[in-house]
Write a protein that binds this ligand. Structure first.
Ligand code: ADP
Ligand code: TYD
Length: 210
């Protein structure tokens, strides 16, 4: 069993990823792991360009956005100060809120999925998650949560797009299932039930340090 893990959370906007990242990181920390949590888009310069596009401050084509995410992800992995590879080398268990399956789904909804997979091949070769956790919620529930939580919505946050993205997630997960370890959990339930399901799955691959 590996001592430290790399786990990616996936799902459409508002699926409960950040809620579950927090709950899982607390449990892993209690089990003796040193945990580093992170997110894409990152807080780097490239990530901030992406966020400005999502906030409607900058305009960009879908293909440009897909390319920015390729660059943001490589920096997320390779950055010498706090990159994921460095954190793993130092013994941290790394949990990321989104990784390349997000690109497959969000950009594959607007352009060739094969192109997006190919464009992210460097990241996949550098580091595949020990476990991808896909939290599945209905796009309608997602929209209710998003509109309740905030005043304004971001670029991809509309019902029509979230339906497309959820479908594309399933298409992409089917396509890469021979090379990816993917766990799908029903996110239309209470956070506690979802967390218990996730913990059960993570327990199969985690070692527990006394
Ligand atoms: P994401 O990171 O995927 O966007 P969040 O964890 O931020 O999702 O959750 C989006 C909203 O839904 C938040 O207001 C959060 O409190 C709420 N939420 C999260 N998980 C659940 C759940 N299982 N049931 C109901 N509401 C939830
Ligand atoms: P964020 O506000 O962090 O999303 P969430 O609602 O999941 O907390 O913004 C992330 C947005 O970026 C989300 O709409 C999905 C999108 N995205 C892509 O389009 N491509 C990608 O590769 C990634 C990682 C995210």
């Amino acid at each position: 069993m590996k001592k430290n893990l790399f786990i990616a959370f996936e799902g459409i906007d508002g699926s409960g990823k950040s809620t579950q990242v927090k709950l899982l990181s607390e449990k892993l920390a209690q089990a003796g792991h040193q945990v580093f949590t992170t997110v894409e888009p990152t807080n780097s310069h490239i990530g901030s360009i992406i966020r400005n596009i999502f906030n409607h401050k900058i305009e960009a084509d879908h293909r440009t956005i897909a390319g920015l995410f390729v660059a943001d992800r490589l920096d997320h992995l390779l950055n010498k100060t706090d990159g994921i590879l460095k954190q793993l080398e130092e013994g941290y268990t790394v949990i990321t809120d989104r990784y390349y399956l997000s690109s497959y789904a969000y950009h594959g909804a607007h352009m060739s999925l094969d192109w997006v997979i190919e464009a992210n091949a460097q990241s996949a070769e550098l580091l595949r998650p020990d476990l991808n956790i896909f939290i599945d919620i209905s796009p309608e529930i997602s929209m209710t949560r998003l509109t309740r939580g905030r005043g304004s919505l971001e670029l991809f946050e509309n019902l029509e797009n979230l339906i497309k993205v959820r479908d594309k997630y399933f298409e992409a997960m089917e396509k890469v299932k021979s090379v990816e370890n993917i766990f799908i959990t029903d996110g239309n339930r209470s956070p506690e039930l979802i967390a218990a399901d996730i913990w059960n799955e993570v327990s199969k691959i985690a070692s527990f340090i006394p």
